[in-house]
Design a binder for this molecule. Structure first.
Ligand code: UD1
Length: 464
């Protein structure tokens, strides 16, 4: 938190005012193996939706293991704008939504953070009315919210979209949503979460069919259950929720971030390193670990909550198709593309979850990779070595892929687009620095030393 500007209303660092500037860059001198232990932070996607879930509770929510991220700051600002009290103390958030003073989330925040739209479910369940700006598309695709809206309508909400705002209210005297049977056309993570939250306070039983099975959905369900919600089947395709009138105070710890852990595994694999990761839930990483082993990377479960990655003798090509959980996660596709860029042979990567999520391919080619993209498929021909160059991250995971590639590339890689990285990785550069990477964060203007620093000042790479 040191050096961060604090938003006076939320007590949180202000994302807009933050010194995490768009103009800063990361410089990496590649080719150095990593070593040692890395601590994995709490899951971004759990933290964001659990923060939305606190709107269901009229008591105190004490949430532990919350990662330090710009997106978490922004979600805190959304809650503050609704009149909710939000206090941060290290990795603990204390949230009290006993007095929600507004049912309208601010446009400029929701459009910056898609997950804040998911708050429409709990706001509607608590107040019987919600006004939520549409989150809009983003770099990786159009990302509609039709499934969220249709589910809320099935639960009795009247929903109208006008001037870019989704206006929802629950008719009737008691303004409570009604349990319903909902089938999702796609097992959308966000729609499952929105509807599950809404259903916790609805009258009667809600059944969500073809629900998302991601670990973060299960984490949200466990959070709600711990507050007194009646939810069964989270983690399977059918979730059943029996509505209750009220939820109570809670002390809850967020699960470790499987995507952050996966990114460190790929960083270790590409640099042929020996590193230890904890805490992790190996079960959440099954598709990632299986793919890394197929590529030739040895991984051992050292303890129930830690993984050790050992140097690979050879990296070999593998095909990847992204899928909803428990399939291969779309959020790991970009870092794996960086790894496969230097694996022996031809790999094929098929992105099936988002329509525009291969833009990192051309940036990886700037580092010497040989990748062709046709539609949603990338054909990766392994090259022996990448070479450092200036590159730009176009979305969160694309930026992470470039960091991973830069760790392996010969010479200096300079990465722009850190505003994406800082949204979703908790001090990635500092953690890599502690593992021995030659990495530093600089203001863009100063990003031109020609030689790797012999001693690196850790302060220089703290993102916040
Ligand atoms: C969440 C994650 C994101 C991850 C994604 C897929 C959060 C905050 N973000 O995003 O990191 O990449 O899951 O694992 O948890 N769709 C519709 N209509 C809808 C909703 C979704 O067509 O109403 C489509 C989307 O455009 C996309 C697909 O469904 O093509 C999956 O999206 P979804 O699972 O909803 O992703 P998010 O919840 O937005």
């Amino acid at each position: 938190m040191e050096g961060r500007l604090i938003n006076p209303s939320s007590g949180l660092p202000d994302a807009k005012l933050s010194p995490v500037a768009d103009s800063s860059v990361l410089q990496i001198w590649g080719g150095h193996p990593l070593h040692g232990h890395v601590r994995i932070s709490g899951a971004k996607n759990s933290a964001l939706v659990i923060m939305a879930g606190t709107l269901l509770c009229s008591g105190d929510c004490h949430i532990r293991n919350v990662p330090l991220l710009v997106d978490v700051d922004r979600m805190g600002q959304v809650l503050s704008a609704l009149g909710v009290s939000v206090q941060r103390n290290g990795d603990i958030l204390d949230i009290n939504a006993s007095n929600i003073t507004s049912s309208k989330a601010p446009y400029e925040l929701v459009t910056q953070l898609r997950a804040s739209f998911f708050a429409i479910g709990p706001i509607l369940a608590r107040l019987g009315v919600a006004q939520m700006p549409l989150p809009g598309g983003c770099a990786i695709g159009a990302r509609p919210v039709d499934l969220h809206v249709r589910g809320l309508q099935a639960m009795g909400a009247e929903v109208q979209i006008e001037h870019g705002i989704c206006n929802a209210y629950v008719p009737g005297k008691n303004r409570r949503l009604k349990g319903a049977k909902i089938y999702l056309d796609i097992p959308s993570v966000g729609a499952t979460e929105t509807l599950m939250m809404a259903a916790t306070l609805a009258e009667g039983e809600t059944i969500i069919e073809n629900a998302a099975r991601e670990p973060e959905v299960v984490d949200l369900a466990n959070f709600c259950i711990a507050m007194g919600a009646k939810i069964q089947g989270a983690g399977t395709s059918t979730i059943t929720i029996d509505g209750v009138p009220k939820l109570h105070s809670i002390d809850y710890t967020i699960i470790p971030d499987r995507i952050e852990a996966g990114t460190f595994l790929v960083a270790g694999a590409i640099t042929r390193s020996d590193i230890l990761l904890s805490p992790v839930v190996p079960e959440h990483l099954v598709p990632v670990i299986a793919k890394l082993r197929e590529i030739g990377v040895p991984i051992v479960e050292e303890a129930p909550d830690s993984l050790r990655l050992l140097p690979a003798e050879r990296l070999v090509a593998a095909d990847i198709e992204t899928m909803p959980h428990p399939g291969f996660p779309t959020d790991m596709q970009a870092p794996f593309m960086a790894l496969l860029a230097i694996a022996e042979g031809d790999s094929l990567i098929n992105e099936t979850v988002f329509e525009n999520r291969l833009r990192h391919a051309s940036e990886l080619n700037r580092l010497g990779a040989d990748i062709r993209v046709k539609g949603n498929t990338a054909f990766v021909r392994g090259v022996p070595l990448l070479s450092g160059a200036p590159v730009i991250g176009t979305d969160l995971r694309a930026a992470a892929a470039l960091v991973v590639a830069g760790l392996a590339a010969n010479g200096k890689t300079t990465i722009q687009g850190l505003r994406y990285l800082d949204r979703g990785y908790d001090r990635l550069d500092l953690k890599l620095l502690e593992l021995g990477a030659k990495i530093q964060r600089l203001p863009a203007a100063g990003a031109d030393p020609e030689v790797a620093p012999t001693t690196i000042n850790p302060e220089a790479s703290i993102s916040s």
